[in-house]
Design a protein around this ligand. Structure first.
Ligand SMILES: Cc1ncc(C[n+]2csc(CCOP(=O)(O)OP(=O)(O)O)c2C)c(N)n1
Ligand SMILES: [Mg+2]
Length: 357
């Protein structure tokens, strides 16, 4: 009889800047300059402003169902800034900040969330796939894209984004497994915002961490304070380097969905407001503001000027997006390679009833 331990795994948790803006110098990325931290803050503030405006437009009937990101700015901005130009990403439906940092236009954001596919055509240089709502498919697609990059001998790593809920899908395990076996240059970013609509993280899995799911696939798993933009940036940079060299990484970015799941949801029905308060004290923007203010690199005047600029840019983008007149018939196109009978009937009906007027 033999009884011995054949495997022993652990997961590291990284936080570089805490909620008060204090930094752990031993973990601080050496190449990160003050100006870059100012840029990080500016991106997070713009992302939050865009989010607030979109929610407000939705409430006025000027945008359709929308998934707010407030609270998750550091995860999105930090991962996006860590990407190299040639890297790519596969988002879900909440990663508006990733698109922005990667150079997508504000106008495209509003067009897309107003229901026009013209807003979903992601320019090549942005390096991202369009918004996609199915839960769990993103990492599969990211692995496929990354595998193709490797096959073509391209130096490009692909970041796939999913949520804590997404990690319970079969797709998720299949993709990590494939990534490990084939040493795919992929980074799976799990934006763990503690909720999958009304299902809390504690009901999602009995596993202590989501990051440990990577270990079973033979790839690296790491947890990061998802409200610490510097920690997220550092962990993602390291992950990209690792994935490039044949060791894919799954990052569990521990953040919080401060608002509703989507505009079709009311979180007051299922969660304790005390929880939201707890996370408000860990806001991703506040801590960077504190850090830069202490270094005399930020103040109320800079912030007010930025708010004004952001608001101008955002309002101009809304104006442009609202001036766009799409062809309503396009709703019948592209879902199928042919027009199925049922769809044809609806199209005929719409024509007969002057639906387009
Ligand atoms: C395959 C699939 N099942 C169910 C849904 C409905 N649905 C949309 S979002 C969501 C929850 C996802 O939660 P999570 O992965 O944690 O991401 P989050 O919304 O919190 O960013 C569900 C169940 C879906 N879109 N696709
Ligand atoms: Mg979630």
């Amino acid at each position: 009889m033999v009884s011995k331990e054949t495997f022993n795994g652990s997961v590291e948790y990284v936080q570089v800047m805490d909620e008060n803006g204090n930094v752990d110098q031993s973990l601080f990325p050496q190449d990160l300059k003050d100006e870059q931290i100012v840029e990080m803050l500016k991106w997070m503030i713009l992302t939050r402003a865009l989010d607030a405006k979109t929610l407000s437009l939705q409430r006025q009937g000027r945008v359709y169902t929308y998934a707010p990101l407030v609270g998750e700015e550091a995860t999105q901005v930090g991962t996006a800034l860590a990407m190299r130009k040639q890297d790519m990403f596969v988002p879900g439906y909440r990663q508006h900040g990733v698109y922005l940092v990667r150079g997508a236009s504000l106008e495209a954001h509003f067009m897309g969330w107003r229901g026009f596919e013209e807003g979903l055509k992601v320019p090549k240089e942005v390096g991202g796939l369009p918004v996609s709502v199915p839960v769990g498919t993103q990492i599969l697609h990211a692995v496929g894209l990354a595998f193709a990059q490797k096959y073509k001998k391209q130096d490009s790593v692909v970041l796939g984004y999913t949520g804590d809920g997404g990690t319970s899908e079969g797709d998720f395990y299949e993709s990590l497994n494939f990534a490990g076996v084939w040493k795919v240059p992929v980074v799976a970013v799990v934006e763990n915002n503690e909720w999958a609509i009304s299902v809390p993280r504690s009901h999602q899995t009995a596993a202590q961490t989501l990051a440990q799911k990577a270990i079973a696939a033979g790839i690296k798993g790491v947890q990061v304070d998802g409200n610490d933009v510097i920690g997220v940036y550092k962990v993602t940079k390291d992950a990209i380097e690792s994935a490039k060299n044949g060791m894919p990484v799954m990052i569990e970015s521990m953040t919080y969905r401060m608002s509703m799941h989507t505009t079709a949801d009311d979180p007051t029905k299922y969660r304790d407001p005390k929880e939201v308060e707890y996370w408000k004290a860990r806001d991703p923007i506040d801590r960077v503001r504190k850090y830069l203010t202490a270094k005399n690199l930020w103040n109320a005047d800079i912030e007010a000027k930025l708010a004004e600029e952001n608001s101008k840019r955002i309002n101009e983008a809304v104006e442009k997006a609202e001036a766009f007149k799409g062809d309503p018939k396009s709703m019948f196109e592209n879902a199928y390679s042919f027009v199925p009978e049922t769809l044809q009937e609806e199209l005929d009906d719409a024509e007969a009833n002057n639906f387009w007027q």
